[in-house]
Design a binder for this molecule. Structure first.
Ligand SMILES: [Mg+2]
Length: 126
């Protein structure tokens, strides 16, 4: 019986299953000793920079065109996966629940940026 986490699409995959997928990869290689919060935070930023390289110097329409091109789209997807993998591993290493953290942060953002005061612009309300 295959006990691998059930991974398919975003609609059908839980954050826990994604975390398990990354943890398995790390544990099978005995890399947990390297997957410490400082290393993971740095790795996350490095992968985010690799993602940004794909858009550096492009105008918005050029970035949209790159995303429509299969090879560039695949490379961008791989960098997004790298960012996510490190974030998930950081979640495991810090025992910070990503769903709880995101929900709490979005609540704070909603208080900071009330929709009726910022709709259609990005200026911070006074
Ligand atoms: Mg990468």
């Amino acid at each position: 019986m295959n006990d691998a986490p059930d991974i398919s699409t975003d609609e059908k995959t839980s954050v826990a299953a994604l975390r398990e997928l990354v943890e398995r990869f790390v544990d099978e290689r005995q890399w947990r000793k390297y997957h410490r919060p400082k290393n993971l935070a740095m790795s996350l930023a490095i992968e985010a920079a690799e993602l940004m390289e794909h858009f550096q110097w492009l105008e918005h329409d050029q970035a949209d065109a790159a995303l429509a091109e299969p090879k560039a789209r695949r490379q961008i997807a791989e960098e997004m996966a790298d960012v996510l993998a490190y974030l998930l591993s950081l979640s495991t290493a810090t025992e910070i629940d990503l769903s709880t953290a995101l929900a709490e942060k979005m609540d704070r953002n909603a208080e900071k940026y009330p929709a009726e005061l910022v709709r259609g612009h990005y200026k911070r309300p006074e």
